[in-house]
Structures are given as structure tokens and as C-alpha cells.
Write a protein that binds this ligand. Structure first.
Ligand SMILES: CC(C)(COP(=O)(O)OP(=O)(O)OC[C@H]1O[C@@H](n2cnc3c(N)ncnc32)[C@H](O)[C@@H]1OP(=O)(O)O)[C@@H](O)C(=O)NCCC(=O)NCCS
Length: 172
């Protein structure tokens, strides 16, 4: 299989917006109201917001390709870009999304390896992320890799307060 990865820049904004909306919707539409989902999509993935995130010096976005087709995305945060004050020893995986037709081909694992490489390059000691307590597939995926739950925080899907588990893995 041919897998490749590219780092996103400002020019990727339209495709980033498209794939973010597609994958987030596919993942969460069955367990959330259309109103709450739409409110989140508008807040998180409007052009201005994504442009700001792309320009942040401590955040990086990547696209992963499977046989030259765009198959998913990764967003990592360091330092003050992290969504919780986890310290400068940590790297956050804020978004890891594989389009549905490309899931279970090893691409998620590939993106985790990429995040680990970035973290090691920046001398980070651990990876962490927040995952919705009801996202059983993703929790299974993270546990298999070796992430463990260390806490929880609130996440707002529209006006609904939800619980995200915080999971971490130490880097060797
Ligand atoms: C979760 C996700 C990133 C995993 O990526 P993926 O490319 O599908 O997973 P991989 O092929 O790398 O899987 C590696 C292992 O993780 C486990 N795993 C992955 N997806 C799983 C699922 N849906 N159910 C149970 N186990 C799963 C399996 O053990 C798998 O190994 P196997 O296929 O040999 O059994 C991807 O399915 C996805 O984008 N899901 C929707 C978005 C999402 O929930 N993102 C996370 C938000 S916090």
C-alpha cells in the first residue's frame, strides 16, 4: 500500500475545511442532534478559525494520502496551543480523523507514529488527547496503542456539555 503524508499550509484551507466537516459529521451525526452538530461545525471549522489555527506557530496540520487519495488529517498542538495547560513536555493530538472508506487500513496508527516522531523531535515526554466517552471505536484504538486514561474534561457540542476522557502515553 502507498501511504504518504504532507504538512498543511494556508493554501490547503479549503480542503482542510471540507475534510474536517466530512469526517466530524460522519463520526458524530448519529449520536448528536443536527442543531448541536451544526453549531459545532460552524464554530470550529469556519474559515477564519481554521486560518488562525493554521497560522499558529505551535500547531501543525497534516494530510495523509492512501494511493494518492486524501484519506485523513492530523492536528497536533504544542506549548500554548494545547487546549489544556499540560505543560511544555507534552504534545496534544487535537484531531485525528480518517475518512470512513479508508478506516482500518493502518492509517490511524500511521498518524499516531507521525505525532510521536514530531513529539520526539521537539523533546516532548508524552502525547495526550481528549476523546468523547461515547466514542468507543476511538477509545479502543487508543488503548490498543497504549494510551491510558488520566482524567476528563468538558467538551461542548453546541449547547450540550459532554465528557471527554483525557488519555496519555509516555514516549520511550
Ligand atoms: C479512530 C481512527 C483514527 C482509527 O484509525 P484507523 O486508520 O481506522 O485505524 P487503524 O487501521 O490504524 O487501526 C489500528 C488498530 O486500532 C484498533 N481499531 C481501529 N479502529 C477500530 C474500531 N473502529 N473498532 C475497534 N478497534 C479499532 C484495531 O485494533 C486496529 O487494528 P486491526 O485493524 O489490525 O484490528 C479512525 O477510525 C477514525 O478516524 N475514526 C473516526 C474519527 C474519530 O473517532 N477520531 C478520533 C476522535 S478523538
Amino acid at each position: 500500500m502507498t501511504v504518504s503524508i504532507t504538512k498543511c499550509s494556508r493554501e490547503d484551507l479549503p480542503r482542510l475545511r471540507e475534510i474536517s466537516i466530512e469526517t466530524f459529521t460522519d463520526t458524530f451525526k448519529d449520536q448528536n442532534s443536527p442543531e448541536n452538530l451544526m453549531a459545532y461545525l460552524e464554530k470550529a471549522f469556519n474559515e477564519e478559525q481554521l486560518e488562525k489555527e493554521l497560522a499558529h506557530s505551535s500547531s501543525e496540520f497534516y494530510f495523509v494520502y492512501f494511493q494518492d487519495e486524501l484519506a485523513g488529517l492530523l492536528k497536533v498542538n504544542m506549548n500554548d496551543a494545547q487546549t489544556e495547560p499540560m505543560g511544555d513536555d507534552s504534545l496534544e493530538i487535537e484531531r485525528i480523523y480518517i475518512r470512513s472508506q479508508f478506516q482500518r487500513k493502518g492509517l490511524g496508527q500511521y498518524l499516531i507514529n507521525q505525532a510521536m516522531d514530531i513529539a520526539k523531535t521537539h523533546n516532548k515526554k508524552r502525547l495526550w488527547l481528549g476523546v468523547w466517552e461515547k466514542n468507543e471505536n476511538a477509545i479502543h484504538f487508543y488503548k490498543k496503542i497504549g494510551f491510558v486514561q488520566t482524567g476528563a474534561h468538558s467538551f461542548y457540542m453546541g449547547d450540550e456539555e459532554q465528557t471527554d476522557f483525557i488519555m496519555q502515553i509516555a514516549l520511550a
